[in-house]
Write a protein that binds this ligand. Structure first.
Ligand SMILES: Cc1ncc(COP(=O)(O)O)c(C=O)c1O
Length: 445
């Protein structure tokens, strides 16, 4: 597979051309990568009107992912999500407010998109109390929810995989969405690699209409590198997609990140599948060891190991300390779970270190605790009104009855317990306090 962007930046770096253009480092500096960091000079194409090397590279990515069209983002899935939602609501008849049905474990970028694009949200909550990152819904639940709605949503928006590795039944959901004539949009930020498994589990393979992938999260791509994939079923949106991306994006995309996405195509087309398949076997071995030792772990996507630390008898602080002593850094730790993201780029010594940690982890008595749960607060004003209103910071303890202005949430996992425009209730306060959140931004009265 060709790598036109990488080839271009490399040959420009080697050409010795005098740089009377941006960026200001002029190709030299302390990082060592400055010579490859260019701007839209002649021949370098333009990300949002691509017809040269970027268009060729995006076409390569589209072939790899089996999409109708794939667009690059150098500003993460955050940008791809805004564009995807802007495309989806473009079908709303003039004068009507767009409505999206979404699972409540949405990343905060979804809420920010609602503020920017001014759409309404109907939330789907998990049936059983679950961690705020998880919200598994079945195809039947979606069908019933839509049957009971006064207004028809333009799309169903789900997060799969979620931060803990939980996955939705994308195939089942896509069938329901197709029958009901609404789009299925997937926040697949954590799942770019799913396309390359022996049995692909990527949303494009399972019937989603559009999805975002943070290439940088699971593939060897620089931070910020991401895709917006548009399936053949949603080809009618493809012509508008670049404009919607441009609406929210910087006019100075990073060519380092573009070159990294480009180089990744050749890797995905070459040795990747074999390397991934081997890594999954290796990860499965660590999971099997955990199960053998009765260490509770979650079922879910193949590349994540999610250890239920509270059930192992550890507090967040204790577990963090133990990991630090073992020279291991996890992706995410809270009072319930520790999430490890593994892949083929981890060395055998990384795998062995984690394996050793699991092997020697003493099991203590389960810390029984009430996890913060979604309390389904009432939406009083729109997300946009609340987010753009004058606001003030108040202690969470005295926020009952106030309207949330900005979601108080830490990143990761960036899943808010209360959303802009919702009225804060007692249950929300308990949940926020359980998450260690002490202050919240509310709409000024
Ligand atoms: C579920 C989910 N969606 C979207 C995003 C945003 O992705 P990015 O950081 O690539 O903009 C994240 C980031 O952590 C995420 O976890």
């Amino acid at each position: 597979m060709t790598t036109p962007i990488l080839d271009f930046v490399r040959s420009y770096a080697e050409s010795g051309t005098a740089r009377f253009h941006m960026p200001g480092h002029k190709g030299t500096g302390p990082l060592g990568c400055e010579s490859l960091d260019i701007t839209e000079i002649s021949g370098a194409d333009e990300l949002f009107c691509a017809d040269g090397i970027i268009a060729e590279s995006e076409k390569n990515a589209s072939e790899l992912f089996g999409s109708y069209k794939t667009l690059y983002s150098t500003e993460g899935s955050s940008l791809a999500i805004r564009a995807m939602l802007a495309l989806a609501i473009s079908d709303t008849p003039y004068g009507e407010r767009p409505l999206i049905l979404a699972t409540r474990n949405a990343h905060k970028v979804f809420i920010y998109s609602a503020a920017l694009l001014d759409f309404d949200i109907e939330w789907l909550y998990p049936k059983a109390p679950s961690h705020i990152c998880s919200c598994s819904v079945s195809a039947d639940e979606v069908r019933n929810a839509i049957a009971n709605m006064d207004r028809r949503p333009v799309a169903l928006y789900v997060t799969s995989p979620d931060y803990l590795g939980g996955m939705c039944d994308i195939k089942g959901l896509s069938e329901v969405c197709r029958q009901l004539g609404i789009l299925l949009l997937v926040d697949n930020a954590h799942g770019a690699y799913l396309n390359f498994l022996d049995t692909p589990m990527h949303p494009m393979a399972l019937g989603a209409d559009m999805c975002c992938d943070s290439a940088h999260k699971t593939l060897p791509v620089l931070t910020g590198g991401a895709y917006l994939h548009i399936a053949h079923s949603a080809s009618r949106y493809a012509d508008m997609a670049k404009d919607k991306m441009a609406l929210f994006a910087s006019t100075s995309p990073s060519y380092l990140t573009l070159a990294s996405l480009d180089a990744c195509n050749a890797y995905l087309d070459g040795e990747y599948r074999g390397a991934l398949s081997y890594a999954i076997l290796r990860i499965d071995k660590i999971k099997a060891l955990a199960r053998e030792r009765k260490i509770p772990i979650l079922d879910g996507e193949p590349s994540k190991l999610t250890v239920c630390i509270a059930k192992c008898g550890y507090t967040e602080k204790q577990f963090r300390r133990m990991l630090k002593e073992s020279c291991i850094e996890a992706e995410f730790i809270d009072s319930d779970y520790a999430v490890f993201m593994l892949n083929e780029k981890n060395s055998e010594s990384d795998f062995s270190r984690l394996e050793g940690f699991i092997l020697n982890l003493p099991l203590c008595e389960d810390i029984k605790k009430e996890a913060p749960i979604f309390s389904a607060p009432r939406q009083k004003i729109s997300v946009r009104e609340a987010m753009l209103a004058r606001s003030e910071s108040v202690p969470v303890s005295s926020s009952v009855g106030r309207i949330c202005a900005t979601p108080s949430v830490s990143c990761p996992p960036a899943v808010p317990l209360v959303i802009s425009g919702e009225v804060i209730c007692e249950a929300t306060v308990s949940g926020l306090q359980a998450l260690g959140i002490e202050r919240i931004q509310v709409v000024k009265e």
